[in-house]
Ligand binder design. Structure first.
Ligand SMILES: Cc1ncc(COP(=O)(O)O)c(C=O)c1O
Length: 382
């Protein structure tokens, strides 16, 4: 079956008890057992529940994984992956990653004795130079955030495995409707399912999917032992969102490209960063990895300082001034003061996250209305 069919039917089969075409939401925290010491399919909802199992089967199928796990947030999912490591281990991570991941790696993983080196994932020579003899994991994003850099996933998988480490890919910006990192050599794929997978800004969720059944089992062990699982209601919202994922990604990518092209010709815009543009330094690589959909996040720089950039972000009416992305509502933000405020100023300067950078998440509104709104904000603020 094709992707769209699987997104609707796998893991969401009609309820055999009632014939309901949408499976019921199971809220039970505990399950009656066949006997003392004899276990049924489910026992306690931290360990598993029918509703969570359904959405986990859907995601595993869409990612081509041995199994997937649903978490209470994207950060809980990333944290679970890092808990595969132990004191003395080292992580190489991409240098433009989500600010919360930067904080997790530098302020939580280090408490467990794990060290981290950031390196640009779009420069294989510099990236490999960051490896150490104790490197056990590589963590990159399928599209770098907020600079929209494109890592060559297959090449990074080869480098990672040559050094005996695991490759984890945060594929939030692409979703399985655009790219499936496990097929390109990654060991673990992670999503902030809060974004495209659920798609409506109403469900905080995270996902891990692993290629190898033994790795999936180990991640499940950590998740069950530490407990950051997704609740039944959110599993339902996530499952429902996934049914329209492919259509949303297609339409939002199309609008994002149209807006990126238009921004490039705007007199008040200095530079546009979007992998679908011919001007993007890795456009050819992006086209090889993603086909004709490049996601719906666009970054651009204006000719202005911190305050002017802030003012542009505060002057839109349709684009909501908010962090997050990937939903039907368009959003705008200033990475330096919002999504990437967890990077200290020195790290932002080093990695090119300038004060004049603006990031938009293109939703499902009409692209002409969105361009009108951005044009009005730029002319009001500058
Ligand atoms: C790329 C990326 N990864 C991870 C996260 C963290 O996910 P969550 O907010 O669901 O914990 C985010 C959140 O914005 C993100 O954008």
């Amino acid at each position: 079956m094709k992707f769209r069919t699987r997104a609707i039917h796998v893991g969401s089969e009609p309820d055999p008890a009632t014939g309901a075409v949408v499976p019921p939401i199971h809220l039970a925290t505990t399950f009656i057992q066949p006997g003392a010491g004899t276990w049924g399919d489910f026992d306690y909802s931290r360990s598993g529940s029918p509703t969570r199992s359904g959405v986990q089967r859907t995601i595993a199928n869409l990612e081509g994984a041995a199994g997937s796990l649903a978490f209470a947030s994207g950060m809980a999912a990333t944290h679970c992956a890092t808990m595969l490591l132990k004191s003395g281990d080292h992580i190489v991570a991409g240098s433009d990653i989500y600010g919360g991941t930067f904080r997790l790696l530098h302020k939580i993983c280090n408490r467990a004795g794990i060290t981290v080196t950031l390196a640009p994932a779009d420069d294989l020579v510099q990236f490999e130079a960051a490896f150490q003899s104790n490197t056990k994991m590589v963590w990159i994003e399928s599209i770098g955030n907020p600079l929209m850099s494109i890592p060559d996933l297959s090449a990074i998988a080869d480098i990672t495995h040559k050094h005996g480490a695991l490759l984890g890919v945060d594929s939030t910006f692409t979703s399985p409707a655009i790219m499936r990192p496990l097929e390109l050599g990654a060991d673990i794929v992670m999503h902030s399912a809060t974004k495209y997978l659920s798609g409506h800004s109403d469900c905080l969720a995270g996902v891990l999917a692993a290629k190898d059944p033994a790795l999936h089992k180990e991640l499940y062990f950590i998740q069950n032992a530490t407990g950051a699982v997704l609740s039944g209601l959110e599993c339902f919202l996530l499952q429902r969102g996934i049914k329209t994922l492919d259509l949303r990604m297609r339409e939002q990518s199309r609008s994002a490209l149209e807006i990126a092209v238009w921004l490039e010709s705007h007199p008040m815009v200095k530079r546009v960063l979007y992998p679908g543009l011919a001007s993007h330094p890795q456009h050819a690589l992006a086209a090889r990895l993603m086909g004709d959909r490049f996601g719906a996040v666009v970054s651009f720089e204006i000719d202005g300082d911190y305050l002017k950039t802030k003012k542009v972000c505060e002057s839109t009416e349709l684009f909501g001034l908010a962090v997050s992305l990937g939903a039907v509502e368009s959003l705008i933000e200033q990475p330096a003061s919002m999504s990437h405020a967890s990077y200290d100023a020195a790290a932002r300067a080093k990695f090119g996250i300038h004060d004049s950078l603006i990031r938009i998440s293109v939703g499902l509104e009409d692209a002409a209305d969105l361009m009108g709104d951005l044009d009005h904000a730029l002319r009001t603020a500058l």
